[in-house]
Write a protein of this length. Structure first.
Length: 82
């Protein structure tokens, strides 16, 4: 789908695109621009987002699972509680 950017009109995301992306009225969106490409994604509420340290722990755990390693839930829960 193509839209035309106009100087006196805000950029509008067509309803069909919003539906396919799952955006609903009241959702907060975050825009990221990298090398001229705009990415739009739902902004998570701060209550739902992981802290950077929690995210590192989760990523480390995912890497361990990919390597076939595993840890008991108690160990994971203890690491997250720190």
């Amino acid at each position: 789908m193509t839209v035309t950017v106009k100087s006196k009109m805000p950029l509008v995301v067509p309803p069909s695109v919003r539906r396919r992306a799952g955006f609903k009225s009241g959702d907060k969106l975050e825009f990221k621009v990298t090398a001229g490409v705009v990415t739009i994604f739902p902004k998570q509420d701060s209550d739902d987002a992981l802290t950077p340290e929690e995210e590192k722990i989760v990523r480390r755990g995912e890497a361990q699972l990919r390597r076939g390693e595993s840890k008991p839930w108690r160990a994971v829960k203890h690491a997250l509680a720190r």
